[in-house]
Ligand binder design. Structure first.
Ligand code: DHE
Length: 582
């Protein structure tokens, strides 16, 4: 462990994210300079769409020659590397459109050279970097001269077809059949294995490893703590019953082709009643029965962008959160910049309050009172605040850093500014502390009250706990292995200093892993709040680990290593996740 005075540095991130298999997007010459920073490199990779067999759309006169086989390869490359920025239908998302009226104006040779050499304005040099071969570039230049393929819709018929009620509610246990301390259980994403591991928070024993969707993404818990919901990038949702002797999937469904978010109803009287999942493709969300995953109501998110009121054909659903103040789901729609408060008290007569926020909403969490929801409009450098009591926008705050990425954020009691919510940034080393107490600290509410300087850019998650004096900041996407292998920790009672120092915890070193370039990602506290767990995320065929830190002393407490722990990333403590403690 060493203590460091913060150094202000901004680091480029492309190489780091490519190493992680995160897609670098194609960017047009007119695009703002974002090709080599975190905003560009941390874009969705629509990998599962790339696996679909889509036919070449009706040919137009002058279309380049392309076989179906070549078109399939083009789709795969496009969906994995380009669609995150330019949209599935190529109508633009954070990147510019690549529709045929534009690409045809430029022509084959221009496109081929552009893909090969990139541009100072931000287009990656796919050819000269060796990422794509000459043949692949030739193919991609022809591919984008053709009309885009439209992946299929996924409506009620497809959902019901995919729905499996493995164990109906009447055949499930009526009481807990195991001796697991469920509230202190961790659901751990085993990303590249398409599984989750359930790990006991006290003994560190792996209680079960359960198959889930492809490149599994997040876990959320029902309000009672009994059911665990897990979503894969292939939009497969698994519902796991933690009361069974050996916890297992009791229901599963596919809600689309590409998805990232799942959540459950938390409001009093609706505990365990509903689940909701949002998808990137098709752009929609579905409300399901919380006991069976039966799909009940599908709502499209296609519609007008909040500010210019132009139609967007594929606004993706990013984070979803269950309100504690009302029977509402808070659904964040990326491209239209709208926060939807979906009232689930009467889903036959569904009421949706549409809040104008900001484009490119991504991830967020609640303040310490659970009344306010703060979500990053990451590509706009802002955080939107919603009052979940009134279902209204409270504020839009510039964080001052590049590309805020809070995860669910961290709530701490600042020694001078009172309750604050924290986000770090992908694009630089800054950590923004936002006042969240309009009653007790009205002057500080909804403003950045302090900026901390952490180890470097490439941070994804911050974490603290109501009983902790520490704020933990990771940096898994930083290109420097010395930084990605460590965690910065600020002491909350020292935040009165002008430039607070942080302590560096050498997590990878403590894990005793010397092979590969593992990244330390996403801290998660145990229920008591006296330990924080970090994933040491290595390549699929190399050893990974989970490192447990004593929160009081910041010393190593335990290392969990097991051959079943393949690419561990997110960890979700049952109690903290269901009660929104972070
Ligand atoms: Fe995530 C949350 C989307 C890449 C780990 N991620 C989220 C959420 C969204 C999202 C919308 C919020 C869900 C919610 O709260 O309902 N993530 C995306 C992407 O689009 C992106 C950038 C690229 C992609 O193609 O998927 C992406 N995410 C990653 C990773 O590479 C990470 C680091 C490793 C992994 O497991 O894939 C990763 N994302 C996470 C984690 C959370 C998450 C651990 C939940 C954090 C929490 O504390 O709740």
């Amino acid at each position: 462990m060493r203590t460091t005075t913060a150094i202000r540095r901004t680091l480029l991130l492309t190489s780091a994210s490519l190493a992680l298999g995160l897609a670098a997007p194609m960017v047009s010459a007119q695009e703002q300079d974002h090709g080599d920073d975190a905003t560009a490199s941390y874009q969705p990779s629509m990998t599962t769409l790339g696996e679909l067999n889509l036919e070449i759309p009706g040919r137009k006169e002058g279309d380049p020659v392309m076989t179906q086989e070549e078109y399939d390869i083009g789709n795969k490359i496009y969906f994995e590397r380009c669609a995150g920025c330019h949209g599935v239908l190529r109508k633009g998302a954070t990147g510019k459109p690549l529709t045929t009226d534009l690409t045809r104006e430029n022509g084959f040779e221009y496109l081929r050279d552009f893909i090969t050499y990139g541009s100072p304005a931000g287009m990656p040099n796919w050819g000269t970097s060796g990422d794509l071969s000459e043949e692949q570039i030739d193919l991609m230049a022809r591919y984008i001269l053709l009309e885009p393929a439209s992946p299929p819709e996924f409506g009620m018929a497809e959902m019901r077809d995919s729905w499996q009620l493995v164990i109906p509610p009447e055949d499930r246990p009526t009481e807990k059949m195991n001796d697991i301390d469920i509230d202190n259980l961790f659901s751990v994403t085993l990303r590249d294995a398409g599984q989750i591991a359930l790990i006991d928070g006290a003994s560190y024993e792996i209680k079960a490893v359960i198959d889930t969707g492809y490149a599994v993404h997040i876990s959320r818990i029902s309000a009672s703590g009994r059911y665990l919901f897990v979503i894969g990038r292939d939009a497969r949702v698994n519902m796991i019953d933690l009361w069974m002797e050996e916890p297992a999937t009791v229901a599963e469904i596919k809600v689309g082709s590409e998805a990232r978010s799942v959540e459950t109803s938390k409001f009093e009287g609706f505990e365990d009643k509903y689940a909701i999942a949002g998808s990137y493709w098709p752009p929609q969300y579905v409300i399901m029965d919380g006991n069976t995953l039966e799909p009940l109501k599908i709502k499209s998110t296609r519609g007008m962008i909040y500010d210019d009121q132009e139609y967007h054909p594929e606004p993706r659903v990013a984070s979803i959160l269950g309100s504690h103040y009302k029977p509402e789901f808070i659904v964040n729609v990326k491209e239209t910049g709208k926060i939807l408060m979906v009232d689930y008290s009467d889903i036959k007569n569904l009421k949706v309050t549409e809040i104008e926020a900001e484009r490119f909403l991504h991830d967020g969490g609640l303040d310490s009172t659970k009344r306010y929801f703060l979500v990053a409009a990451n590509a706009r450098g802002k955080v939107a605040v919603v009052d979940t009591k009134d279902s209204k926008l409270t504020a839009l705050i510039e964080t001052g850093g590049e590309t805020p990425h809070p995860g669910r954020g961290a709530n701490i009691m600042h020694p001078t500014h009172g309750p604050v919510w924290v986000t770090s940034h992908l694009g630089d080393e800054t950590v923004a502390l936002i006042g969240t107490d309009p009653e007790g600290h009205p002057d500080q509410a909804w403003t950045v009250v302090q900026t901390l300087y952490s180890m470097g850019g490439g941070s994804l998650f911050v974490k603290s706990h109501p009983t902790s004096n520490h704020l933990y900041v990771d940096a898994p996407l930083n290109p420097d292995a010395d930084i990605t292998g460590t965690i910065a920790v600020f002491k909350i009672d020292e935040l009165t200093q002008e430039e607070p120092e942080y302590t560096v915890l050498p997590i990878v070193e403590w894990a005793g892993i010397t092979e590969g370039q593992p990244r330390v990602v996403q801290g998660e506290f145990n229920q008591e709040g006296n330990e924080i767990w970090f994933s040491v995320w290595n390549a699929k065929d190399l050893t990974s680990a989970i490192v447990v830190i004593d929160d009081k002393t910041l010393e190593l407490k335990h290392v969990i290593k097991d051959e079943r722990l393949v690419t561990p990333t997110g960890k979700f403590n049952v109690y903290n996740t269901r009660a929104d403690v972070y």
